[in-house]
Design a protein around this ligand. Structure first.
Ligand SMILES: Nc1ncnc2c1ncn2[C@@H]1O[C@H](COP(=O)(O)OP(=O)(O)O)[C@@H](O)[C@H]1O
Ligand SMILES: O=C(O)C1=C[C@@H](OP(=O)(O)O)[C@@H](O)[C@H](O)C1
Ligand SMILES: [Mg+2]
Length: 185
């Protein structure tokens, strides 16, 4: 487990639409730290949407770029990062995160995820199909596979189906200031 005084960076992990990109800036603002959304940086590097890039180059190329960026960010201090939902697909990423970040898993109920996926305007450009299956089947299957990876990698878990973004940001800051506090909300 990380020591409180050693925590220099916070990573938000979790499935698509669990609120990583929404909660991250709220945490950074409270701490006076920098916020980075990995998907935004990757789209700037690609000069393309995630959907456009994956259609041309495939998921492995996306995962390579994502892993390179995570390693780069792991050199910085006073940083809050919203990862992409698939960052845990690479074991090396999980090891890097657990070792040198305070990792917060935003968990969420399947029904809420499906609803947010349908409503969120970023879905078409930033969340291309992972499997070719229909979205309900894909989400259920991939969530089941990833949940143990998120759980294993995280130091703190918050239920994004139950809490508002501001409330979760508050809980994350409280955990940073008191590392022996509760690990689940
Ligand atoms: N705790 C929450 N309660 C209600 N809506 C939320 C919550 N967190 C995120 N949302 C909404 O869900 C959508 C996806 O959020 P986003 O931050 O982009 O998720 P992620 O980065 O995890 O994919 C947005 O429309 C956002 O407003
Ligand atoms: O679930 C995934 O594998 C992905 C999630 C997306 O990010 P969000 O979790 O912010 O939607 C984005 O990184 C990309 O489409 C891959
Ligand atoms: Mg996001």
């Amino acid at each position: 487990m990380l020591e409180g005084s050693a925590i220099q960076r916070i990573a938000l992990i979790g499935y698509r639409v669990t609120g990583k990109s929404t909660v991250g800036p709220l945490v950074a603002r409270r701490l006076g730290w920098r916020f980075v959304d990995m998907d935004q940086v990757l789209m700037e590097r690609f000069g393309d949407s995630i959907s456009g890039y994956v259609a041309l180059h495939g998921w492995e190329a996306f995962r390579d770029a994502e892993s390179d960026l995570l390693r780069e960010l792991s050199e910085s201090a006073h940083l809050v990062v919203a990862t992409g939902g698939g960052v845990v697909e690479r074991e090396t990423n999980c090891r890097v995160l657990s070792a040198s970040w305070l990792v917060v898993w935003l968990d969420c109920q399947l029904s809420v995820i499906l609803n947010r996926l349908r409503l969120d305007s970023k879905t078409a450009a930033q969340r291309p199909s992972l499997s070719g299956l229909d979205v309900v089947e894909e989400t259920a299957r991939i969530l089941e596979r990833r949940r143990p990876l998120y759980r294993h990698t995280a130091h703190l878990t918050l239920d994004s189906s139950r809490f508002e973004p501001e409330h979760m940001a508050e809980a994350i800051v409280a955990r940073l200031r008191n590392p022996s506090g509760p690990v689940d909300f």
